[in-house]
Write a protein that binds this ligand. Structure first.
Ligand code: NAD
Ligand code: WQD
Length: 337
C-alpha cells in the first residue's frame, strides 16, 4: 500500500513516515520546506535504510501535485502540510487561510481526478470551543479563537462535505492534543525556527542554555498548581495513531472525527519538574502573566480512538521528557547542527 505524506519533512510527518516504513508501507513525501529541513528526509531514510521519493513542492500547486499522482499509484493520503503557528496566524490571516485551505482543496481535487478516496487529516484540539467541559469528546461544540484554528475547523467541514457527496471516500479527521517528544534515536525531532512558541521546545532550549529562563504563563488558573493543564502526547504514539487510521480508513467509508490524546492532563509545573527529574538538568523559570487566548485546562476523551482505531497512547510523561531532551542535546541547532 502506498501512502502520500504531505508535510512529511515536518515534526509529526517525519515520525509518521518512520512508522509507516517500519510497518511495510511505501511512502511518497511532498513538502515545500517552508517550516522544515530536507535533512529530516535524509534522517528518515538513514533510520530505516530505505530510499523513498521526495518532491519539494507546494501542495497548493495543482500541476505539481498532478505529476506526483501521475508518477505513482497512491492508495491513501495523510495531509500534514500546513502552517501551524497560532500567534503568526493572527498577524498573517490571509497566508494561513490560503495555505491551509487551498492545499486541502487542491489535494481533494487531484485525488478525485485520480480516484484516490482515502484521506487522513491533521486537525487539532483547537477546534473545540473554549469552555467545553473536560475531558472533551468529539461531539463537543466547535469554535475557534484564532485564524489557525479556523483553518482546521473549515478544512474539517470541507472534508465532511466531500465525504458526504462521495460515498466511496473514507476520511479521518485526527484532532491532536499537545504533541511532544521525539524518536528514541534522537535523530528526528521538533525543530522550530526562531524562539519557540510551544512549551517543551522552550524548556529544552532553556535547559541547554540557549534561552535564559522559561516564562510560565500564569499561575492563577483553576488547576492544581494554578498553571495551565494540557494533554501532552508522545509524537511516536501520535505517529502510530496515523498508521492505525490508515488501516481503519482502508476498510471503511464515511468521515470520522477522532481525538488523539492520552486522556491525562499535566500542568506546566508538572512538565518542568518531570523534565528536571528524568534528565538531571535544571530549568530556571519565572511566573509571568497569562498568555492572551490561553485557557486553563484542556485534555482529551480518547475513548473513540480506542474503539475505532484500537489505538491507545503507550508512552508516559517521563518518556516524552527524556526523548525531547535527547533530541535537543544531540541536535543543539536542530537539523542544522
Ligand atoms: P510542521 O510545521 O513541523 O510540519 C508541517 C509541514 O508542512 C512542514 O514541513 C512544512 O514545510 C510543510 N508545509 C506547509 N505548507 C505547505 C504547503 N503548502 N505545501 C507543502 N508543504 C507545506 O508541523 P507539525 O507540528 O508536524 O504539524 C503537522 C500538522 O499537524 C499541521 O497541519 C499542524 O497544523 C497539525 N497540528 C500540529 C500540532 C502541533 O502541536 N504540532 C497540533 C495539532 C495539529
Ligand atoms: C502549553 C502550556 C501555556 C509556552 C498549541 C496550539 C494548539 C496546538 C498545540 C496546533 C500552556 C504554557 C507555553 C511558554 C508557558 N497546535 N506555556 N510558557 O497553547 O496548549 O497549544 O499547540 O494545533 O492549537 O494553541 O501549547 O505548548 O504553547 O502551551 O507557560 O513559554 O504551556 O500557557 O498552558 P497550547 P503550548
Amino acid at each position: 500500500m502506498t501512502i502520500l505524506v504531505t508535510g512529511g519533512a515536518g515534526y509529526i510527518g517525519s515520525h509518521t513516515c518512520v512508522k509507516l516504513l517500519e510497518e511495510g508501507y511505501d511512502i511518497i513525501v511532498v513538502d515545500n520546506l517552508v517550516n522544515s529541513n530536507e535533512k529530516a528526509v535524509g534522517r528518515i531514510q538513514e533510520l530505516i535504510g530505505k530510499i523513498f521519493p521526495f518532491y519539494r513542492l507546494d501542495v497548493c500547486d495543482v500541476d505539481a501535485l498532478r505529476k506526483v499522482f501521475q508518477n505513482h499509484q497512491i492508495d491513501c493520503v495523510i495531509h500534514f502540510a500546513g502552517l501551524k503557528a497560532v500567534g503568526e496566524s493572527v498577524s498573517k490571516p490571509l497566508e494561513y487561510y490560503s495555505n491551509n485551505l487551498i492545499s486541502t482543496i487542491t489535494l481533494c481535487k487531484v485525488m478525485k481526478e485520480y480516484g484516490v478516496t482515502c484521506f487522513i487529516f491533521s486537525s487539532s484540539a483547537t477546534v473545540y470551543k473554549p469552555g467545553s467541559s473536560m475531558p472533551v469528546n468529539e461531539t463537543a461544540e466547535l469554535g475557534c479563537t484564532n485564524p489557525y484554528g479556523w483553518t482546521k475547523y473549515m478544512c474539517e467541514q470541507i472534508l465532511r462535505d466531500v465525504a458526504l457527496t462521495n460515498p466511496d471516500w473514507s476520511v479521518v479527521l485526527l484532532r491532536y492534543f499537545n504533541p511532544i517528544g521525539a524518536h528514541e534515536s534522537g535523530q528526528i525531532g521538533e525543530d522550530p525556527t526562531g524562539i519557540p512558541n510551544n512549551l517543551v521546545p522552550y524548556i529544552t532550549q532553556t535547559a541547554l542554555g540557549k534561552l535564559e529562563k522559561l516564562y510560565v504563563f500564569g499561575n492563577d488558573y483553576d488547576t492544581k498548581d494554578g498553571t495551565g493543564v494540557r494533554d501532552y502526547i508522545h509524537v511516536q504514539d501520535l505517529a502510530q495513531g496515523h498508521v492505525d487510521a490508515v488501516n481503519f480508513a482502508s476498510k471503511t467509508t464515511g468521515c470520522e472525527e477522532i481525538n488523539l490524546g492520552t486522556g491525562i492532563g499535566y500542568s506546566v509545573l508538572d512538565i518542568v519538574s518531570t523534565f528536571e527529574k528524568v534528565n538531571g538538568v535544571k530549568v530556571p523559570y519565572e511566573i509571568s502573566p497569562r498568555r492572551p487566548g490561553d485557557i486553563g485546562t484542556v485534555y482529551a476523551d480518547a475513548t473513540k480512538a480506542s474503539r475505532l482505531l484500537k489505538w491507545k497512547a503507550e508512552k508516559d510523561l517521563e518518556d516524552m521528557c527524556r526523548d525531547s531532551w535527547r533530541w535537543q542535546k544531540q541536535n543543539p541547532n536542530g537539523y542544522n547542527t
